[in-house]
Design a protein around this ligand. Structure first.
Ligand SMILES: [Zn+2]
Length: 386
């Protein structure tokens, strides 16, 4: 099912594809070897704040592709082949995964990352998001809790079974009629933690929505979370392992990934609050030595690199302190280590106390009071609140 807006967007992208190919033909007929210039975006730098020029929606120079360099010719060849596939998808209003696209010319594309880069290049050239190209991911994310919504006419009613996992819809732009009675959204890094919460009936005992991207989150998971945060205006909290990978996943949710920096304005979730696991939790919750794993030299290098990212200095300097504290202690631990005292410690004590203190002492409380006092009062139908 495609709304009017979707249809107009499709026509607009098709028009831009024609314009782009036409401009390349003009360059060729003029005897120019410069074919296209692709803006470069990055989500962070490692400069000091005085020397940082990162702006999430501004490009940082251009890659000019010419016919004089072998590597550029290959990149152009792939780009045009992928563009042709996309044009066909849009004309027929069909969707495809990146993986399907790879298998259309595996000997030429040679690797999935080559196709991924071409899709990113095309998004930048056409100034659109990946879903505008009818390129979809295989959905990986899960959701449960106090939530109801529709996707392309299909009803998702998590309210009937708030502790059962549902797949996050792949076509997030088709999600409408969102209704909730939740007080907050909790994002957890891992599926095992999500399942722990489901088994402990966490959502029956706490009015919340729980989401996991099962590791590094895919685009639909991030867009769905962003939609919920925008539409429902609920506070959103994130729980990851106390290690550099967990922290990197947290930054992917909050600031976007480097690879898709061009679309950070649609993918990042600036409201996301980090609630754990902190290095200091190992003492606060009395974790025994056996639960603490020494950081490897790779972990240390990764953590040092994370500490250099400019967005941490600029927006969340307190996160840096906790990350630095992990480095100083030289140990990491998994969220599951909190089960050492009691299997349900995470659901019974750790999360409720963390969230309670964020909700009552955080700045969030003033902004969200009106929503806490409602009961199933919020419905979003795609055109605004009703
Ligand atoms: Zn920067």
């Amino acid at each position: 099912m495609e709304g009017n807006r979707g249809s107009l967007e499709r026509i607009e992208v098709l028009r831009k594809i024609t314009e782009l190919t036409r401009s390349m033909i003009v360059e060729l007929s003029n005897g120019s070897s410069k074919m296209i210039a692709i803006d470069r975006f990055k989500s962070y730098c490692t400069n000091s704040l005085e020397n940082c020029c990162c702006r999430f929606n501004l490009s940082e120079g251009k890659d000019v592709l010419t016919l004089q360099r072998e590597s550029h010719v290959r990149r152009l060849d792939v780009l045009l082949r992928v563009l042709l596939i996309i044009q066909q998808l849009l004309r027929e209003n069909r969707h495809s995964s990146k993986r399907d696209m790879y298998y259309m010319h595996p000997s030429i594309f040679t690797d999935q990352s080559v196709v991924d880069r071409a899709i990113n290049d095309i998004c930048i050239l056409l100034q659109c998001s990946r879903h505008n190209l009818n390129v979809v991911s295989v959905g990986n994310g899960l959701v449960m809790g106090w939530l109801r919504f529709s996707e392309a006419g299909r009803r998702f009613d998590c309210l009937k079974k708030p502790n059962s996992a549902q797949f996050i819809p792949v076509q997030v732009e088709e999600v409408t009629d969102i209704a909730t009675a939740a007080d907050y959204i909790l994002v957890v890094e891992k599926e095992s933690v999500f399942q722990r919460l489901a088994n402990d009936r966490f959502c029956s005992r706490n009015r919340c929505i729980v989401i996991t991207g099962r590791g590094y989150p895919d685009v639909p998971t991030r867009r769905f979370l962003r939609l919920l945060v925008d539409v429902l205006a609920l506070p959103a909290f994130c729980l990851v392992d106390c290690d550099p990978y967990g922290f990197d996943i947290l930054t992917t949710y909050r600031f976007g990934s480097m690879q898709m920096a061009y679309d950070a304005k649609n993918l990042r979730i600036p409201q996301l609050q980090w609630i754990g696991a902190f290095a200091s939790d190992s003492e606060k919750y009395d974790l025994p030595e056996q639960c603490l794993i020494p950081l490897t030299s790779k972990d240390k290098r990764r953590t040092e690199a994370l500490l250099q990212r400019c967005y941490l200095r600029r927006e969340v300097p307190h996160w840096r302190l906790e990350l630095d504290s992990m480095l100083q202690r030289g140990v990491k631990f998994e969220i599951e280590a909190l089960s050492v005292h009691n299997i349900s410690f995470l659901s019974d004590h750790y999360l409720p106390s963390k969230i309670e203190s964020e909700l009552t002492t955080g700045k969030l409380i003033g902004d969200y009071q009106s929503i806490h006092s409602t009961n199933m009062g919020l419905v979003w139908n795609g055109n605004g609140m009703s």
